[in-house]
Design a binder for this molecule. Structure first.
Ligand SMILES: [Zn+2]
Length: 178
């Protein structure tokens, strides 16, 4: 089931259905390096359609799903909605002169990409959309108060405040240089 990868000639005049659950490898790769990412609690799917006009391929639809990552404040699981509009125009990889229509096309909201040969592979584009849908600092809820301060830390901070700054400096251990 490689619906995200198809050939130009596979697109019928009526359009090619792209509705597909995202493969686990794709989600895994999108979550790579993200704090607290939980692949088992992450789902994603694409609902859309590819159509073509000559060599240009238009992908319209949406990315849907939920990713589970760590809340940037309290580190508990945060569920991130991946919902993103899909509006892509893919053109054959240009060789030579720039497309005279390029300026006109650039005024549209759609994003542009190219494809090589007659194979259109949306895997990387969809992966990027998943990555972009996950904020830099995801939160489990808008008003997440963050980590509660453990009593011993609060007490230590209180003690430090009372001590003079110089006293605090003295307690710092300077590593000996060899
Ligand atoms: Zn939180």
């Amino acid at each position: 089931m490689e619906k995200l990868k198809f050939r130009l000639r596979d697109i019928p005049d009526s359009g090619l259905d792209l509705s597909v659950e995202l493969p686990r490898e794709l989600l895994a790769s999108a979550l790579e390096g993200i704090e607290g990412a939980d692949l088992d609690a992450t789902t994603g799917r694409v609902e859309g359609q590819a159509t073509r006009i000559r060599d240009n391929v238009f992908v319209r639809g949406k990315l849907l799903g939920v990713a589970t990552v760590a809340c940037a404040r309290c580190l508990e699981p945060a569920r991130v909605n991946l919902a993103t509009k899909l509006d892509l125009t893919l053109m054959p990889e240009a060789e030579g002169a720039p497309d005279p229509d390029a300026d006109e096309l650039a005024t549209s909201d759609a994003e542009f990409a190219t494809y090589e040969g007659d194979v259109i592979d949306l895997t990387e584009l969809v992966r990027e959309l998943c990555v972009l849908a996950i904020p830099m600092a995801p939160v489990c809820r808008e008003d997440c108060p963050g980590l509660p301060i453990p009593p011993e830390v609060a007490a230590a901070e209180g003690a430090l405040e009372k001590a003079s700054p110089l006293a605090a400096l003295k307690s710092l251990k300077v590593p000996e240089t060899p």
